[in-house]
Design a protein. Structure first.
Length: 212
């Protein structure tokens, strides 16, 4: 896909996808104001003499140097201040990890309770290009299946058909994912409970067990 086109006084935005190889490209004297980067790999990007004003960034941030200052540790410190429970989720102590998991479950339970008061149409609606509440629940089913059923339990058929992987995950069909699935949020909620039920197995470990 090409860049934005100036049609009279109106700028028509163009969209670049994974089919467009922009690796190692150089943008010189280019107006990228208002551009949106979603699920993009910006590793190794170098910006010099740029205007970076009113910018929002979320994702995996490591080694981000702004005007010769590595701001990564500053970001992590502020996030830990806002969310002290993050320390629990990084702990090597199984009991502390259980506390962190319990906290996440409590937070998600309250969020789910609020979502279930909404009509189904709002549960399925995307906002700002992000996944809807229903799609987020489907993704949590996939994540739980991936990390627990597949990696920990080594189940022979670990993935539920209504789970929702991100676009960069290949071979959905091989995992038994139904691309055309349109479950209701309540159906997804029950399947999510099913997906996490075996996490209780972790409680069977003795205090002090090592965590890989």
């Amino acid at each position: 896909m090409g860049p934005a086109l100036d049609v009279g006084c109106r700028v028509v935005a163009r969209e670049f996808t994974g089919d467009d190889d922009l690796r190692a490209a150089t943008f010189r004297d280019t107006d990228l104001s208002g551009a949106v980067f979603r699920e993009a790999d910006l590793s190794g990007v170098r910006m010099h003499g740029v205007l970076l004003v009113d910018v929002e960034l979320s994702g995996l941030v490591q080694g981000l140097v702004v005007n010769d200052v590595d701001v990564g540790p500053l970001i992590e410190t502020e996030l830990d201040r806002r969310h002290p429970e993050r320390h629990w989720l990084r702990s090597g102590d199984p009991d502390v990890l259980r506390r962190g998991c319990a906290f996440v479950e409590e937070q998600w339970a309250s969020t789910t309770a609020r979502i279930r008061t909404l009509p189904e149409e709002l549960r399925q609606r995307r906002v700002g290009g992000e996944w809807s509440a229903a799609e987020t629940m489907r993704h949590l089913i996939f994540v739980t299946d991936s990390w627990f059923s597949h990696e920990v339990r080594r189940a022979g058929d670990p993935f539920h058909a209504i789970g929702l992987p991100p676009d960069f995950v290949p071979r959905w069909d091989d995992m038994g994912i139904d691309r055309d699935a349109t479950p209701t949020f309540d159906e997804e909620w029950w399947h999510h409970r099913y997906a996490v039920r075996d996490l209780a197995i972790l409680e069977g470990g003795a205090p002090g067990d090592s965590v890989a």
